[in-house]
Each structure stands twice: as structure tokens, then as C-alpha cells.
Design a protein around this ligand. Sequence first.
Ligand code: GLU
Length: 412
Amino acid sequence: MTDKYMPTSYESSVAAACERLGYGPTIESLMSLAALELKVEIPVVRDNGELAIFTGYRVQHQNVRGPCKGGLRYHPGVDIREVRELAALMTMKTALADIPLGGGKGGIACNPHEMSQRELEVLTRKFVKRIHREIGPNSDIMAPDVGTNAQTMGWIHSEYSAIYGHSPAAVTGKPLALGGSPGRDKATGHGLGIVVAEYARLHDKPLKGATAVVQGFGNVGFHAAQALISLGVKVIAISDSRSAVHHGEGIDLAALSAQKRARGSLKDTDGHNPVEPDALFEIPCDYLVPAALGNAIHAGNAARLACRTVVEGANTPITAEADLMLRERGVTIIPDILANAGGVIVSYFEWVQNLQRQVWSLEKVDTELELILGNAARGVFAHAAEANLDLRSAAFDIAVRRVKEALDATGF
Ligand code: GLU
């Protein structure tokens, strides 16, 4: 296990970008400090009759470019420090994508895998009851993240709409039946595929026959694996939180999904060899996709990574120390604020559709996503080449500059 308080690369990336851009300490602080932090205690009567109290957070980092936007996470490790950093990261992600939104994040410290649907529904609805004055289509829009899904967003929509009238634009990642967008479910993984394809095209590296290893079998890991496979990449290993499997000829995603549904684990899927989860990162491959939790790659395992490129499907999966170690070894890192931005971009499309009372086709969503994310990726790759920077630094330069320009335009 790693210390979850290890500094991730967010703070150092912002500080370095501000220095390169010649921005002073006030701007640097603004890029890290949150505008609003909410902490609420939520009592829930468990199915066994006992009362449990859960702590929830919502952090609004920046709204100068648009309403705060970002996921709501259910995980036992959630705390204010994590949520604060992830909220700031969302400001950078929306700025890099150049969509008119700011950054926010929420979380409730709980273990959703040990809770019933009824308990989760009560928890979610009570959370909305506590914070509804601070959220909404023009202020702060939640979405799925680790441990939450379309159903969670459906409860948020229903609770919020009970207070303010039908308000689908108050939350994204909703079920389709409640105004969710086609393509939102696969958006983060699908977007990761778009970014990898752009990277490969630029570097003249054919994807057909390239290999990938994916850590995580949740929404991001699953759809990232699917996107890479559809681009011709051979995904040779994948893991969930308990098990990992390898298949030299490429994993069978459908068989693994069926096994996971039936047995709760990827273990013993026909034709796939077991791998120690800790050894997953040591499998030689072209693209390693950490798509589980933060700090998965740290000083203790970075030296053993056997990939050429890390594509950050998760948010902050690499600690600051490991980031440096990997760069020194010549490993390319495609940063989270670019690699996983597909999710928030399609959330933006959902918000736009809801505000305009429109429904887009999946084709339109996919085309628009390709356009916005493709532009963002090309912008990062071009700036990195011009300024001789690694990709994270290049991405932060662009994002920090956009936020600063907006602040300046307000007369700040
Ligand atoms: N939780 C996702 C992220 O970290 C999506 C956020 C959103 O759609 O607002 O980017």
C-alpha cells in the first residue's frame, strides 16, 4: 500500500506551469485553492437497523470559465484533501478541453460494495438534501466517478428536481431515460482511445499489433480496453481490484465480462492465465493504462514498469516522485487531464442537450467528441514539441493559461 498523502503531480505541475508562464504566487495559489468546500454528515439507517454516519464532501474549485463540473466519488478512502485536489484537476481538464465549465468534485467516505441499493439511495438523496442550495445547472454539476454510476445520478436528478422542478441539466451521466446522453457511459474509455490514436498517428507508430495492459475493470478500464481493441491494439492483460489475467494473443473482453458478472472476479476465465496483481505493471507492453485509483504508480514500483507509454485513465494515478522517475527513464506519460477528458466532454454535451431540451444521436456525440478531444490532444502534442516539454507540463501550460486569461477578462 502507498501513503495516500504522497504528493501527486498536481501541485508541482501547476507551480511549474505558473513559473514557465511568468505568473506570480497569487495566480499559483488560485489554481490550487478551492472557492468553496462543503463537508456534511449524513446519517443512514442501515438494513440491519443500526444507524451509520457517513461524511460527504463537495468542493468547488473554480467557476471563472463556467459552472463547476466534476464527479462524485464513493470510496472508503475519500477525504477532503483528495476531493480538493481532484476538484482542481477538473478545472484544468475542462480548460484543456476548452469547454465552458469550471472544476469541482465530491465524495462520500463509504464502501458502496458493502451497501445495499436502498442504503445507497438513501445516502445519495440525503447528500443532495444537504447540499442542494450550492449545486445546479448554473453553479455545480455532478457526474459519476469511482464507485458511482448512472443510477446514482438518477437519484440525484430525482431529488434535485423534487425541490426545483424538472432540472436534468443539474447532473450528468444520468440514465438515458432521464435525459442522459448517448455515448456518456463509454465516453472516458472511448476518449482515451481517441487520444492514443492521435498520439500514435503523430509519432507514426501503428496501433495494429501494438500491445497494452489495463489496470482496472470498472467503467474506465472496461471501455478503454474496448476502445484500444477496436483500434487494433492487442490488450494482453487486465485486472480488477482482486485479480489479474494475461492472454498473449489478446484478452477476450466479452468472456471476462461474463465471468466478472457471474463470479465477481476475472479469475479462472477460460484461456486466460492468472497474474499476480502486483506484477501487472511489469508486463512489457507499448501502452500501460492505469484506470483504477490514484497513486497506483509510485516510487516503489515505477522502476519496474516495462511499458513505453503510460496513458492515465484514472485521475492522478502517478505520484510526483514516480512521475519524475518515469520521465528520467524516457517513459512517455499521457496525462489524466487529456487522456480521460472524454468523460467530462460528453458530460458537457449532456448538459447542453438538457439545457436546450434536445437529444443528440450517438453519431453526433462521437463526432463532436472526436473534434474537441482531437483538438486538445493535437494542441498538447504540438506545444510539447515546440517548447520541449513532457506532455503533462504542456497540458498544464495550456490549461493554466486559459484559466488565467478568463480571470484577467473579469478584470481580476
Ligand atoms: N468523474 C469524471 C472525471 O473525473 C467525469 C466528470 C464529469 O463528467 O463531470 O473526469
